[in-house]
Design a protein around this ligand. Sequence first.
Ligand code: MOS
Length: 696
Amino acid sequence: MTTTDRRFPPRAVGTPLDRLDGHAKVTGTARYAYEQPVDAPAYLHAVQATVARGRITAIDTEAAEAVPGVLAVLTHHNAPRLADTGDAELAVLQSDAVAFRGQIIGGVVATTSETARYAASLVRTTYDEQPHDTGLRADRDDLYAPEKVNGGYATDTAQGDVEAALAAAAVTVDRTYSTAMYHNNPMEPLTTVACWADGELTLHDSTQGVHMVRSQVAPLFRLETEQVHVVSPHVGGGFGSKGTPHAPVVLAAMAAHLVPGRPVKFALTRQQMFSLAGYRTPTVQRVRLGADRDGRLAALSVDAISQTSRIKEFAEQTAVPSRTMYAAPHRRTTHRVARLDVPVPSWMRAPGECPGMFGAEVAMDELADACGVDPVELRVRNEPETDPESGLPFSSRNLVACLREGARRIGWERRDPTPRARYEEGRLVGLGVAASVYPVLWMPGSSATVRAGADGRYTVSIGAADLGTGTWTALTQIAADALDVPVERVELRIGDTVFPPASVAGGSSGITAWGSAVVHAARRMRESFGESPHEGAEATGETGDNPATERFAMYAFGAQFAEIRVHPETGEVRVPRLVGVFAAGRIVNPKTARSQLIGGMTMGLSMALHEQSYFDDHVGQVANHDFAEYHIATNADVDRIEASWLDEDDPHVNPMGTKGIGEIGIVGTAAAVANAAYNATGVRVRDLPITLDKFL
Ligand code: MOS
């Protein structure tokens, strides 16, 4: 591997260092937010609305208050008035209005969590219930075009004349695909320990960004940013659910305000995670492709539909990845949204790319089939010279190499293009491919401090987050190389607002943003103090702008291959092998990176085969709101998941050459499985998940 920058010789970077936090985690000494030891904790349990739309006409808390051990019961009558209600999701208990079933309408604080939960069940609420509307359908007449879609992308794009190009095309595909509603379910639910002292608020919060929580919570309580202190050294997964603050952290802070001097502990139950932690909207995607007989695209059109809530807009950027993937002179993408009486959707691992690359990549498979062109070859043929949307050159784009390497690894030459051609051990067997893409997002505004200690040791501080992803380890490796010392001489400090501000662990941007700040701080240390800085010498580095983002389109790419076995009578599906090959810049730690990519692919497999939140439109809530009924993939679904990557040296993305790997692993997996299912059975599944009934 060549180095991106001669001042940044990788030594630790690229080595499979064991997780520095691994021992503490497996021995149970790593403290998660809820486990924070505090004096005389009180416990909070949320009361939730049982109608999907209406007004609270009465809320009777008498029975709850009478339970021994109950310290306070919050409702919209006695809750602290928030100074800022601009974000309606966070405007907890500010009115009698109910905008979705499961919305927080109260909270009980008690001396034990059991008491709080029991007393919460005694709160009696009556409503002026209004008819609710929760069904996302493509034929709704109230779909609207949002101003922007998530990520700040344009809602619609158009270039050339798609309709004419489609009409003139020798081969066309015009299909509608749908993805289900999915719920983020990290092992650790949303949890907070809130404590007020001397007019300041401390939150031990399970979050993807301590500074993000501080800056959003402070104005609600009319506090200066510095008056909110957020601590989060270890996080048990997030997948986007902890990437923005949700209502529970506000309720916890309010509850603590009502019991002065007592810290309040709050954890959502698993069921509550299905209404209060965000989720991935269902999508409907009409994909139209027009090509010549060799499969060269002339036209590419994606019209995506998603839902948002009544109180806050979140518009999934479903069609955005199609803007970058393939060369087609005539292109258009649109996003339309339905505003419904549902919980607030939000980020879930690779919002946009994950659902969007299902429809788009199954459509490519349908085109390959229609043209009689191999699906790998079809993608190679439509490889663009420059980014079709911006016209900019790619800083690096190795999709073709990923496709070739993945084809080699899975044994693509064994694939018979004719569906139902392979029958082995009583199962129909098929192979499928799909591409992965994820942008290299540049988040400015992080800063890091490097402090020289005794004996050539350094302390590196930044308010970054480790969601279980490996930040503790990877950032230490980056710091060690930047300071040109062994990792043993670096002490990293993250997950606390006492450290310099860091951008949120989202958009696969964490290591890129924080690592850049650390590298800059280390360089300043060297420039100012030389090779042997005196004890106490300190330098700070910031993640400023990256001018290269204006000259290059920056993306990670990948190719995913699935082998599938389908029982011809029962439709039962097994996936003996998933192979993912990625080109995601420099890989900081092959061990943690492999886990990240396998984790993404596993979640993609889960999406392909099982995951689906069944929304009951009659009562207005997710019916299968627990792990007994919201099925996720298990070991029995798959034999081998193999993630690998190509060495990629991208000098433009950042000083480390990293592109981010948190999300790309989930992008394209479900399409690869669906395409393999078609190859195995001849049944084209366009609606996820690929459950056995779809083959019957
Ligand atoms: Mo991730 S869904 O960008 O937190």
